[in-house]
Design a protein around this ligand. Structure first.
Ligand SMILES: C[S@@+](CC[C@H](N)C(=O)[O-])C[C@H]1O[C@@H](n2cnc3c(N)ncnc32)[C@H](O)[C@@H]1O
Length: 204
């Protein structure tokens, strides 16, 4: 891992992902979390404050980056729910099958290199009837925006830790064998369009 990824990127991600507009998205999506939760790509722990301790038993926070883990310390200390940190990537979820009631994915599927394996792992650990809650940015439906997403993507990936601007999130989730039960897709306010087309919903 480079110096930039280890020491600078965690601060950049924490700052960008802590934007008010994005925090409102988190609050909305996490209201549905319950039971034993697996959060994939926990990052700096910005979601933790929104878990309801009356509904959530505890959270496995899967995050492969040590730099993100360091950055998460404050949010971990203030978490309303107990968190067990798993220092692995989403492609290698070290949990038993059917052990989670909820899987949470926020602004992470854009970054996971082998998204298919990771989603299959999430499907494996989710209990029958459990929910995959997601809120992700991705491919925009407008041709002009999509063209710019494709153009900027190679550079963006380098500066944003492997994040892709142009992944079609619902398509990837469906391809991995989930059924999408609820989906909202639109541009976030006050956000550059190439990074601001947001998909939010849940799948089973
Ligand atoms: C844009 S950040 C989002 C962090 C967090 N989910 C949030 O909502 O603030 C993307 C996160 O994905 C993590 N990540 C990178 N590769 C991953 C992988 N293979 N599996 C799981 N997470 C990964 C990064 O370390 C980073 O913390």
């Amino acid at each position: 891992m480079s110096f930039y990824e280890q020491h600078i990127l965690p601060h950049v991600i924490d700052f960008a992902c802590g934007d008010k507009v994005i925090m409102e998205q988190r609050q909305h999506v996490l209201a549905a979390a319950e039971g034993r939760v697996l959060e994939v790509g926990m990052g700096s722990g910005l979601n933790l404050r929104y878990y309801n301790p009356d509904k959530v038993d505890f959270v496995w926070g899967l995050e492969p980056s040590d730099g993100m883990r360091k950055k998460a310390q404050k949010n971990l200390q203030q978490s309303p729910v107990q968190v067990e940190w798993l220092g692995l990537p989403g492609e290698e979820v070290p949990l038993d099958s059917h052990s989670a009631d909820t899987v949470v994915l926020t602004f992470t599927l854009c970054t996971i290199p082998d998204w298919e394996t990771a989603l299959k792992q999430m499907k494996r650990v989710l209990k029958p009837g459990g929910k995959l809650l997601f809120c992700e940015h991705g491919a925009a439906p407008d041709e002009t925006v999509a063209r710019w997403q494709n153009r900027v993507n190679p550079l963006w990936k380098k500066i944003a830790g492997g994040c892709h601007l142009n992944r079609n999130i619902p398509e990837l989730i469906s391809q991995a064998g989930f059924s999408i039960r609820e989906l909202e897709a639109d541009y976030l306010p006050k956000t550059p369009r190439i990074a601001g087309f947001r998909y939010r919903g849940f799948a089973q």
